[in-house]
Write a protein that binds this ligand. Structure first.
Ligand code: AMP
Ligand code: ZN
Length: 143
């Protein structure tokens, strides 16, 4: 995957501001931050998106996110932070190597995720629940 920006960061082919790394994961500063300190965490092995991640990588990604989030909270006087991941171009993913964003938040920052929240019509929440539970139960029986 040598045309992937994040793979090239891992192999030092392109420079980045590395905050943390171990054998499995790396965390860097985002080059175009929402706020200064905006960090990214991603596995060293190329994976396109969340569903492409090997199960053994989950804990390494969350452990690194925890280490970096603590550093942000303790050093940048954070009042809060967001952890999120865009998956698929329709969801805003622009680098197709899975990553978590960790963004500082401040009370006066005026950042809003603009959401038009819906209400389920009668019975629809139950119907969605049933479809999804059915699939999840089937998958766990197949394991
Ligand atoms: P997403 O749009 O969710 O896929 O996030 C990709 C993020 O990677 C964006 O916030 C970019 O600013 C960031 N980014 C792209 N290239 C680099 C780079 N060379 N170094 C650090 N961050 C980068
Ligand atoms: Zn990659």
């Amino acid at each position: 995957m040598n045309n992937c920006i994040f793979c090239q960061i891992v192999t030092r082919k392109i420079p980045s501001e590395i905050l943390y790394e171990n054998e499995h994961v790396i965390s860097i500063l985002d080059i175009n931050p929402i706020h200064f300190g905006h960090a990214l965490v991603f596995p060293k092995k190329h994976c396109r998106d969340f569903l492409d991640l090997p199960e053994e990588s989950y804990k390494h990604i969350l452990q690194a996110a925890n280490i970096v989030t603590k550093a942000l909270v303790k050093n940048l006087n954070l009042e809060g932070y967001n952890l999120f991941s865009n998956n698929g171009s329709i969801a805003g993913q622009s680098v197709f190597h899975f990553h978590l964003h960790i963004t500082p938040r401040y009370s006066d920052d005026n950042i809003r995720f603009v959401l038009r929240l819906k209400e389920y019509p009668d019975g629809e929440m139950k119907r969605y629940g049933e479809i999804l539970r059915h699939y999840i139960n089937q998958q766990s029986e197949m394991k």
